[in-house]
Design a protein around this ligand. Structure first.
Ligand SMILES: [Zn+2]
Ligand SMILES: [Zn+2]
Length: 297
């Protein structure tokens, strides 16, 4: 089926433009987005085939186009070229008779700017169409992800120093940032747990509600937490993991909960006097865990 919907036509023009500028990855992403919504769009299949690099992938895309539009000239010609066969003359004639890539008339460019050939940054001077967020097809926007070039609405866009980025690309960038190995999680647990348990035991055992202890806890906790964070980070070679800070915090909570179990059980059976006994360890845990968390980030 030829694409009729103005929004998808606009995407198709965007994809073709990207392909013409050699931005194949961006073009591919837009073609795939069109096909997600309109899987029978032969124009998008042919466009996709044009920007794919693997011969098998190319062939599959051309063949998909032909299943929806048998004898679609671009697809027939594409397959012939792929096989090194000459393009049949009647197909050549059909291709030649077609008008060049037409700009859809339903779309009104809001900025009329000629794109110069030698311009290295074609998007800077590019015509702005009425775009729709690729995650919210009902939201019009003029923003694009600087990485994949797909339109995104303001609530999806994250501002970075180099432009707006979409949530998917953001996640990818973060995955590249987090470089920990699976074993790091085990090492982090093995290093942080014993220290946390020792610190937790001392604080639970010796805290007795005297005012001086509060002050001591308040100042010592930050240093203890920071120490646990630093030594754990060093043990895993300074690598970063999405859940490593959380893991260390969990170890520190265990480090207090285990020695405090008798008190916690006493509370369960209704002895609320021990609550006071847990105030110090509670403050320690809050301050120290925050410090360790920031060290692990
Ligand atoms: Zn993106
Ligand atoms: Zn959105």
């Amino acid at each position: 089926m030829a694409i009729k919907e103005p929004r998808l036509r606009s995407l198709l023009v965007q994809a073709e433009r990207n392909a013409n500028y050699g931005k194949n990855a961006a073009a591919e992403s837009i073609y795939r987005q069109i096909l997600e919504e309109s899987p029978d769009a032969e124009e998008a299949w042919v466009g996709l085939a044009g920007v794919l690099t693997g011969p098998d992938e190319k062939r599959a895309a051309y063949e998909r186009a032909l299943t929806f539009a048998p004898d679609y000239p671009e697809a027939v010609a594409g397959l012939a070229r792929l096989d090194g066969r000459p393009v049949p003359p009647e197909i050549e004639a059909k291709l030649a008779a077609k008008p060049g890539p037409e700009e859809p008339t339903t779309l009104k460019p809001t900025v009329e700017t000629e794109v110069e050939e030698e311009d290295d940054a074609p998007y800077a001077a590019e015509v702005q169409y009425d775009l729709y967020c690729y995650r919210h097809p009902d939201r019009a926007t003029s923003l694009r992800c600087y990485n994949c070039n797909r339109p995104i609405c303001i609530s999806c866009a994250n501002k970075t120093p180099v432009g707006y980025i979409c949530p998917e690309c953001q996640r990818e960038a973060e995955d590249a940032f987090f470089n920990s190995k699976p074993l790091d999680y085990l090492i982090a647990a093995l290093v942080s747990f014993p220290i946390s348990l020792l610190a937790g035991y001392l604080i639970v055992r010796f805290f007795n509600g005297v005012f001086l202890y509060y002050i001591l806890i308040f100042f010592a906790s930050g240093a203890v937490g920071s120490f646990i964070g630093r030594i754990t980070k060093r043990a895993i070679g300074g690598r970063r993991g999405r859940y490593l800070p959380g893991l260390v915090v969990a170890m520190m909570i265990l480090g207090v909960v285990i020695p405090a179990l008798p008190f916690l059980l006493a509370i369960l059976v209704g002895d609320l006097r021990v609550l006071r006994q847990l105030l110090g360890p509670g403050i320690y845990l809050f301050v120290a865990a925050s410090a360790a968390y920031w060290q692990m980030r």
